[in-house]
Ligand binder design. Structure first.
Ligand code: SAM
Ligand code: SF4
Length: 383
């Protein structure tokens, strides 16, 4: 049989995956060429890039020593850019209504078991006031794609928050909207926007979303946000259904080309009332590994250790900080609604243990070797 002249990228991963067999959460493995993999890690740390084949070998490594080295390099880079500071963002989950039907999410419209709520502007402002006193200087307003929050309502809300807390940044995470809507929100004072791309592979995107949602539109939204001038966050779930290492490689290449100011990644966690309710969760080890790689690819990026990571591993957020993350997003929503914003099962921070306990969070972060600071925590390019 004749060998093809050029192996496509789709074929390379299969080859690599066979060699560098992934093992769950940092089990020791017998990597065939540790010298080569260490060399790749050091070159990634030095140059911020690697060829596909080497990057893929890192994504799929299960070797404890390789992971440790990657994490150490990511820490060094993070400390060079941000020192030991950790930025905190007060997350206000203000609506659990959603018109979309993403197959992975507990808030999807077809989930009849989901309890729905909307916070009033007064509720939201009082969350901000409480957060301000606790030292938060960024508020993240996140919700399902709720048609109730038309531009007039949202812009009025953003204006009120900015008037009352002028030294604070407002981050929005409201899903896909028209460019004019993003512009109106920006003009009202919103500083940043989080819209995970979810996957940079169109076919994979289509397996995670119903036909009415499109990969092209998601990408257009991200370009619109960037064009308007927001600090933009994208990201993906780790271990989402049908995800293969090649998809993660594409995600990393997308992040490198789009150069977002923030990257949110966390493990996929099943929610029992969704079509993916019986799937397995993404791994904490895989998520930590990717956090480190992302820190090395984008040294200045704002990188949260997410709630989902803290949900699958009780020390997940601390481990995330030690793997290169520099942001945490405690929940500032009223305790009475927290259990209703259930994207996935067993979500942490649904009780009293969330933002009120900033002091205990400070202690935990300090034990991990870092320090929570009172700051807006903008991307270095915007400071
Ligand atoms: N509706 C907005 C959107 O989709 O961008 C913002 C809220 S949405 C719940 C925020 C993020 O939650 C999504 O981008 C998705 O990556 C994540 N998410 C949803 N379901 C999840 C699950 N089962 N496991 C982990 N993360 C999930
Ligand atoms: Fe709605 Fe966002 Fe959940 Fe999709 S991920 S169903 S858009 S809340």
């Amino acid at each position: 049989m004749r060998r093809p002249k050029h192996r496509s990228i789709e074929r390379l991963p299969k080859y690599r995956v066979t060699i560098y067999r992934r093992q769950p959460d940092y089990e020791w493995s017998t990597e065939p060429n540790m010298k080569a993999i260490f060399n790749s890690i050091d070159r990634l740390a030095k140059t911020g890039d690697l060829p596909d084949e080497e990057l893929l070998a890192l994504i799929t490594t299960g070797d404890k020593e390789a992971v440790g080295r990657l994490s150490a390099r990511a820490r060094e880079v993070r400390e060079k850019v941000y020192g030991r500071s950790v930025y905190i963002r007060g997350l206000i989950e203000f609506s659990s209504y959603c018109k979309n039907d993403c197959y992975y999410c507990g808030l999807r419209r077809s989930n009849r078991s989901a309890e729905r709520y909307r916070l009033t502007p007064e509720d939201i402002l009082s969350c901000c006031a409480q957060g301000f006193d606790l030292g938060f200087r960024t508020f993240v307003l996140q919700g399902g794609e709720d048609p109730f929050f038309i531009d007039e309502r949202m812009t009025a809300l953003v204006r009120q928050i900015k008037e009352r807390f002028p030294e604070c940044a407002v981050t929005l995470s409201l899903g896909e909207r028209e460019r004019e809507s993003y512009q109106a929100l920006f003009d009202a004072g919103a500083d940043r926007y989080l819209l995970r791309h979810e996957t940079a592979d169109k076919e994979h995107y289509e397996k995670l979303h119903p036909a009415e949602m499109s990969y092209e539109h998601r990408m257009k939204c991200l370009r619109d946000l960037r064009g308007i001038g927001y600090q933009v966050g994208c990201g993906m779930m780790v271990g989402s259904p049908f995800q293969r290492p090649e998809h993660l490689l594409k995600d990393l290449r997308f992040l490198q080309s789009f150069r977002p100011e923030m990257v949110g990644i966390g493990p996929f966690i099943p929610q029992k009332d969704t079509p993916f309710g019986d799937r397995t969760s993404g791994g904490a080890g895989d998520t930590l590994l990717l956090l480190s790689i992302i820190r090395l690819l984008l040294p200045q990026v704002l990188l949260p250790a997410t709630t989902a990571l803290g949900t699958i591993d009780p020390m997940g957020r601390e481990k995330g900080l030690q793997a290169g993350a520099n942001v945490i997003m405690p929940n500032l929503s009223p305790v009475s609604v927290r259990k209703k914003y259930l994207l996935y099962d067993n979500k942490i921070c649904t009780g009293e243990e969330a933002a009120e306990c900033v002091q205990s969070l400070r202690d935990r972060v300090a034990r991990a070797g870092y320090e929570i600071v009172v700051s807006r925590g903008d991307h270095p390019s915007r400071q």
